[in-house]
Design a protein. Structure first.
Length: 119
């Protein structure tokens, strides 16, 4: 299973970006999907996650500015980021819990996409 993330880039303070992450490969199901981020010198942290049924969990630091959604038909998760701040600058990683053809749970990470917010 592979996760391909896209949509990162350079944006000014107050701007918006939309990240996408598509899952491909051999799997029978996708459970929770989410976005994490890691800034230089800091630990990776959860930004937002969404269950297969659409229940969301959004970090306090981005609550009200970021929104996570998914398209189950396309095995894709999105992160809409608005009102971006310099402290949102980080590498953003896509994460998914997959069920393989042996019906075992396998956690998968994407390659990361850089988001830079300039002031």
């Amino acid at each position: 299973v592979q996760l391909q993330a896209s949509g990162g880039g350079l944006v000014q303070v107050g701007g918006s970006l939309r990240l996408s992450c598509a899952a491909s490969g051999s799997f029978v199901g996708l459970n929770e999907m989410g976005w994490y981020r890691q800034a230089p010198g800091k630990q990776r942290e959860l930004v937002a996650a969404i269950s297969s049924g659409g229940a969301t969990n959004v970090a306090d630091s981005v609550q009200g500015r970021f929104a996570i959604s998914r398209d189950n038909a396309k095995n894709t998760v999105f992160l809409q980021m608005n009102s971006l701040k310099p402290e949102d600058t980080a590498v953003y990683y896509c994460n998914a819990g997959t069920i393989n053809k042996n019906y075992k749970y396998v956690e998968v990470w994407g390659q990361g996409t850089q988001v830079t917010v300039s002031s």
